[in-house]
Design a protein around this ligand. Structure first.
Ligand code: SF4
Length: 341
């Protein structure tokens, strides 16, 4: 297991409490006239967690679990319906646009699709230096020098070779390095990495993860790492929160959650991690069925329609997220069953 051995323990950088984000469901004009009730997609439905300075905190779960929305809320790209997000001592949910714009140079994002996030008409040099120009962080010569330096830092060497090329003239792995360089050029302290290797060729995924780990140590960064894949989380994360329909199913140190998953959903996600030997059998499989509709989530435990061990209480009472082991929280009525397994 690859872990960040040099983790600096220097306090909480991001403090999230009771965070909710409900999106109103788009309806037709006639529906608006005749219906009094507005439906909401409960994308994030009350999550509380902290990200420590210098760590990689992972958010894992299937598509629709709310992980990307949480990232966007922290960056101030979405407005919270309820709850608090304190970033580096500042309450993000209530600051004005000007203050938020200033803070954005400290928090950057790496998206999963470099082709979609790079302007095909901008050279690599222009694209990477753009953030410096927008935030007015140097003269033209300084912007060029900083751009060359960060291109070299992410392994695009020599930087002169890449500086005047366009995105379509370089490989997919190199494009992802450009996106990483663009995120780092303004000298941020926090990076939202949203499935950053999902679109990369399998042959370069480990290299990109190693690069992210190297940059984190070198530049003293903190990551919120979003992934649907627990194998990737295992490689890079220090702590992890497993999300299901906008709530945490399980939360803890990556090593603890991986060694002893206490929630049936985490166990199912782990069972879905590909194994090198195709003949190796899994003890459990991913539960059948789709993730339910977040407009009208199931009663009680949201996982109960798919849970292989659900009992009557599961559809009646929502399980609390409780600390069953030190720094290891789980939301399941029957999690104790897995303590001795
Ligand atoms: Fe399954 Fe019940 Fe636990 Fe939910 S509370 S995960 S339905 S056993």
């Amino acid at each position: 297991m690859r872990q960040n051995q040099n983790k600096k323990d220097s306090g909480v950088l991001v403090d999230v409490k009771g965070l909710k984000k409900y999106f109103p469901v788009q309806t037709s004009f006639l529906d608006t006239i005749f219906s009094k009730e507005i439906d909401f997609v409960r994308a994030v439905d009350g999550v509380t967690f902290q990200i420590n300075s210098g760590e990689v905190f992972g958010l894992a779960g299937e598509s629709g679990s709310g992980k990307t929305t949480i990232g966007r809320l922290i960056l101030g790209l979405e407005k919270a319906t309820e709850g608090s997000i304190i970033f580096d001592g500042v309450e993000i949910t209530s600051i004005g646009q000007d203050e938020l714009r200033e803070m954005r140079s400290m928090m950057q994002v790496i998206f999963q699709d470099p082709m979609a996030s790079l302007n095909p008409r901008m050279t690599i040099g222009e694209a990477v230096g753009h953030g410096l120009v927008i935030h007015d962080l140097g003269s033209k010569a300084e912007v060029q020098a900083k751009t060359h330096a960060i291109l070299e830092k992410v392994g695009l060497i020599p930087s002169n070779f890449f500086y005047n090329k366009y995105p379509h003239q370089i490989s997919g792995g190199q494009r992802q390095r450009v996106v990483i360089a663009r995120a780092l050029v303004t000298n941020p302290i926090f990076i939202l990495a949203d499935e950053p290797i999902a679109m990369a060729d399998v042959s370069v995924r480990a290299l990109l993860l190693d690069l992210l780990i190297y940059l984190k140590e070198e530049l003293e960064l903190t990551y919120l790492f979003i992934t649907h894949d627990l194998a990737t989380a295992k490689y890079i994360c220090d702590r992890i929160g497993v999300l299901y329909l906008g709530k945490f199913a399980e939360l803890g140190q990556l090593e603890d959650v991986y060694r002893k998953p206490l929630h049936p959903y985490t166990q199912a996600l782990m069972a879905a991690v590909p194994v090198p030997n195709p003949l190796e059998r899994r003890e459990t499989e991913m539960p059948e069925g789709e993730i339910p509709n977040p407009i009208n989530p199931p009663s009680g435990c949201r996982f109960h329609p798919r849970c292989p061990i659900a009992e009557a209480i599961c559809s009646a009472e929502e399980p609390e997220l409780r600390e069953l082991l030190p720094d290891h929280l789980v939301a399941c009525h029957f999690a104790e069953r897995f303590l001795d397994q």
